[in-house]
Design a binder for this molecule. Structure first.
Ligand SMILES: Nc1nc2c(ncn2[C@@H]2O[C@H](COP(=O)(O)OP(=O)(O)O)[C@@H](O)[C@H]2O)c(=O)[nH]1
Ligand SMILES: [Mg+2]
Length: 322
C-alpha cells in the first residue's frame, strides 16, 4: 500500500478540455502551495502542455498498437487501457515515487471506454485499494448547451459516467467563457448547470422533419436524467481563476481533502480578491450571467481575474522560497 493520496480523475469526451483543465488546475493548486503531479493516461494526447510526472506513452505507443494489432485508433485505445489495467504496478510505482503529491489524472475521452468496458473502473479501483482518495471530474463542453438535443445526450453520458465510475464526482461545464460562441442560449446558464427539469428543453428540440416521431423517446430520456436527480454542473473556464477555485472547493469537499499547512490561509487570501465571492457566487463561483452575451463588454470580471492572477503569482513565489 502507498500512503494516502488525494487526487482528481479528469474525464469527458474528446475535446471537452481535459488536458487544458489538468494544466490550469495544477497551476492553481501549485500556486496555493500544494505539491501536484499530473499523470497522463491518454495515449492519444500528443504534445502535452504540462510536465507529466508519469505518461502512459512510456508504457505503450498507440501507433505501434495500431500497426501490430491491425486496429484503428479507438481499438488501439481499448488495447492500451487493458494493458495498463494488467500493468498497474507500473503506475503504482510511479505514484510511490511522488511522495505527498496531489494527483491529477488526464484520461482518454472515448465514450466506449466508460460505457462498454470496465477497465477504467478497474484501474481506478486498484488505485483506491492502494490508498488513493479520488474524485472524478467529468467535463462537458459548454457549447452543447446551445443545442438541446446534444445537451440532453451529453447529460445522459454524464449520468452514465457517474453510475459507472462509482466515485465522488464533480461535473464541469467547460470552456464556459465561450458558451455563447455558437449562438445565444434558449435559457439562462443556471438552467444548464442545475439540470433541474429537462422537460422544458423538449419544446426547443426543433421541428426538423422526423423529430416529432422521437418526441416520446426524448421525453423518456429527459425523465431518466430528471428522475435520477444526480447530474449538475459547475461552470469552468481555464482562463478564469474564480471558476477553477470554485471547482477546487467542490472537489476537495467531495473526496475529503485535508489542507496542507498554510494552504487554507492562501485560499482565503485568494478568495478575498474575488469580489463578492462570499455571497453572490455561492455555487457557481461567478455571478450567473458573467458568461452571457449581454455582459460581454463589461470589464469588471477581467479586472477581478487580474487581481486573482497577481495574488496567485505572489503565493507561488512565496511557496518557492519556503
Ligand atoms: N475558450 C476556451 N477554450 C478551451 C478551454 N479549455 C480548453 N479549450 C480548448 O479546447 C480544445 C480542446 O482542449 P483539450 O484540453 O485538448 O481537450 P481534451 O481532448 O479533452 O484533452 C483546445 O483547443 C483548447 O484550447 C476553456 O476553458 N476556454
Ligand atoms: Mg487531452
Amino acid at each position: 500500500m502507498m500512503e494516502t493520496r488525494f487526487g482528481q480523475v479528469v474525464l469527458g469526451p474528446p475535446g471537452s478540455g481535459k488536458t487544458s483543465y489538468c494544466k490550469a488546475m495544477a497551476r492553481l493548486l501549485q500556486g496555493l502551495g500544494r505539491k501536484v503531479a499530473v499523470i497522463n493516461l491518454d495515449p492519444a494526447n500528443d504534445a502535452l502542455p504540462y510536465e507529466a510526472a508519469a505518461d502512459i506513452q512510456e508504457l505503450v505507443c498507440v501507433e505501434e498498437v495500431m500497426g501490430v494489432q491491425g486496429v484503428g485508433p479507438n481499438g488501439a485505445l481499448v488495447f492500451c487501457m487493458e494493458l495498463l489495467q494488467h500493468n498497474m504496478e507500473w503506475l503504482v510505482n510511479k505514484i510511490k515515487n511522488l511522495p505527498k503529491h496531489y494527483l491529477i489524472f488526464d484520461f482518454p475521452g472515448q465514450a466506449e471506454l466508460y460505457s462498454h468496458h470496465t477497465m477504467v473502473r478497474s484501474i481506478l479501483s486498484s488505485l483506491e485499494k492502494e490508498g488513493a482518495r479520488l474524485c472524478t471530474v467529468y467535463l462537458v463542453d459548454s457549447h452543447y448547451a446551445n443545442d438541446p438535443g446534444k445537451y440532453i445526450s451529453a447529460v445522459m453520458l454524464t449520468l452514465n459516467s457517474m453510475l459507472m465510475m462509482e466515485l465522488p464526482t464533480v461535473n464541469v461545464l467547460s470552456k464556459v467563457d465561450a458558451v455563447e460562441k455558437f449562438g445565444s442560449l434558449d435559457m439562462g446558464l443556471d438552467f444548464y448547470t442545475e439540470v433541474m427539469d429537462l422537460d422544458y428543453l423538449l419544446d426547443y428540440l426543433g421541428n426538423a422533419p422526423g423529430t416529432k416521431k422521437y418526441h416520446k423517446l426524448n421525453k423518456a430520456m429527459a425523465e431518466v436524467v430528471t428522475d435520477y436527480s444526480l447530474v449538475s454542473f459547475l461552470p469552468v473556464s481555464v482562463e478564469s481563476h474564480s471558476t477553477l477555485l470554485n471547482a477546487m472547493k467542490a472537489i476537495d469537499k467531495a473526496n475529503g481533502y485535508i489542507y496542507g499547512s498554510g494552504e487554507e490561509r492562501n485560499i482565503q487570501r485568494l478568495l478575498s480578491c474575488a469580489v463578492g465571492a462570499e455571497f453572490e457566487h455561492d455555487r457557481l463561483g461567478v455571478p450567473r450571467d458573467t458568461f452571457m452575451r449581454e455582459e460581454e463588454e463589461e470589464g469588471e470580471k477581467s479586472e477581478d481575474e487580474d487581481k486573482l492572477e497577481a495574488v496567485l503569482e505572489m503565493l507561488a513565489r512565496q511557496n518557492e522560497k519556503t
